[in-house]
Ligand binder design. Sequence first.
Ligand SMILES: [Zn+2]
Length: 119
Amino acid sequence: MDVSSSRVKVDCTTCGPQLLRPSALHVTIVGADHRVAFFCPRCTEEISKPIDQVASEFLVDRLGVHYEIVDVPAEFLEVKGGPPISPDDVMDFAMAIRGCNLRYELDVLRSSTTAAFDA
Ligand SMILES: [Zn+2]
């Protein structure tokens, strides 16, 4: 991305370098991720590319590019690790949930039985 006389040089993945006015750009900020999006004037394809924070601030603060801060739950931004979830994991989870329900029902049954003996 290159800026000259209120025009920003951007790269379309199909058409190559294009000069756009800042009003044709849009910055989206999601946590620490910054992206700039635009519609290529040649092929009309919407292009979205990651940019660093310095470039993002320059576009917004100096050139007045429209921006949007997307507020997402912190869990969405967590770095995911570990192996993919397998069908066995899903079955274990389902059985664990059923176990919780059975435990709850047993507790209710026990408490009602105890109450009946206490009365
Ligand atoms: Zn293009």
